[in-house]
Write a protein that binds this ligand. Structure first.
Ligand code: UT7
Length: 335
């Protein structure tokens, strides 16, 4: 019998800082509106020519995580890559990471559950390690969203929120069953698939058709979000899935040493904090600096929290996410 634990963490964000004031020069928005509704003060955007891509940022984060795990790159037996913005339409970015890390061959798969991608990937890694199949799994969440956003007033309800960046974790075999990932809880509800989505291109409206249409007003390949509906579902599902994890392990909310919520909106995280009566020390947020980096937000926040000494040996750490799909989930860790 084995358990799995996080043995190394890393993160990378592009150097280019985009402030709310920078955005207000491109569209009709204001820093006051963005901060009041989302808590976001700035985000990072890849700059054309800076050498970054979704996979390349993932590799930078992964190298740090592998080093901190104290293993060799070739000890990685499986790569799980969570993203909604892969380098290519296909293949996924996991195989690019395998190549760039110089691992001769290993299984690599992309996980397409958007904001919940890292939680889904951690749960998947946990299963492979617990069954004894692999000893070290590399889990990456990485996003290059900026290039695909509508940076005009038309897209302001979505584009001010999202940012670029990557985070990575090495999930390794643990023989002490009281330590590591204690449980994970995953859900989806496809009824709401279109409420937060990019619909085109798809196999009913394939790329040649879009090109042939040549319609400058076509916004179907920009992200769409029914913001208030997503917000309402987020607060409900976040609460449910955290409760599910607490109940499964016999923990109470006061036992949580650190909650890392997916950084969707500071208002959502604050709602959850109040609902579970958690102190500021029990919740880690950094959306103020990076915006919503979708699958990358939890590993970036977890890495920063770990670097700041907030993740302690024996501490109870909860990861929770909600997003497009809808998908949601939690991971309960005894560090
Ligand atoms: O990560 C995955 C999960 N995602 C989420 O959880 C996001 C959930 N949703 C949200 O965070 C919020 O719904 C938003 C931050 C996206 C939007 O905030 P809101 O308070 O729900 O605003 P709203 O969409 O209801 O828009 C209110 C007003 C509208 O104007 P009118 O119709 O009242 O005149 C919008 O046109 O604010 C306007 N607006 C903006 N104004 C300035 C929308 N975006 C902007 C903007 N700047 N960027």
């Amino acid at each position: 019998m084995y358990n799995s634990r996080i043995s190394g963490l890393g993160m990378y964000v592009p150097e280019n800082i985009v402030t709310n004031d920078d955005l207000s020069k491109m569209m009709n928005t204001s820093s006051d509106w963005i901060i009041e509704r989302t808590g976001i003060e700035q985000r990072r955007h890849i700059k054309k020519g800076d050498g970054n891509s979704t996979a390349k940022m993932g590799v930078k984060a992964a190298k740090i995580a592998i080093k901190r795990a104290g293993i060799a790159t070739n000890d990685i037996e499986l790569i799980l890559f969570a993203t909604l913005s892969p380098d290519y339409y296909f293949p996924g970015s996991g195989v690019i990471v395998q190549e760039e890390l110089g691992i001769p061959t290993c299984p690599a798969m992309d996980i397409r559950t958007q904001c919940s991608g890292f939680v889904y990937a951690m749960s998947t890694a946990d299963q492979f390690v617990k069954t004894g199949m692999y000893k070290n799994v590399l889990v990456i969440g990485s996003e290059n969203q900026s290039g695909g956003l509508d940076m005009t007033t038309r897209g302001r309800g979505v584009s001010v929120i999202f940012g670029d960046g990557a985070g990575a974790a090495v999930v390794s075999r643990e023989t002490d069953l009281s330590k590591g990932i204690m449980s994970s809880h995953l859900h989806s509800e496809g009824e709401h698939a279109k409420e937060l989505s990019i619909i085109d291109p798809n196999t009913s409206r394939w790329i040649p058709e879009i090109i042939a249409d040549n319609n400058p007003d076509d916004i179907s390949f920009y992200p769409y979000m029914n913001g208030q509906f997503v917000f309402k579902n987020a607060v409900t599902r976040f609460s449910e899935v955290i409760n599910e994890g607490l109940e499964k392990n016999g923990w109470e909310s006061k036992d949580i040493d650190l909650l890392i919520p997916h950084q969707a909106n500071l208002r959502i995280a604050q709602f959850i904090q109040r609902k579970f009566r958690l102190s500021d020390d029990q919740v880690y947020n950094n959306i103020q600096k990076y915006g919503n980096t979708t699958a990358a937000s939890i590993p970036i926040a977890l890495t920063e929290a770990w670097e700041a000494g907030k993740v302690k040996e024996g501490g109870k750490v909860v990861l929770a996410a909600f997003g497009s799909g809808f998908t949601w989930g939690s991971v309960m860790i005894n560090w």
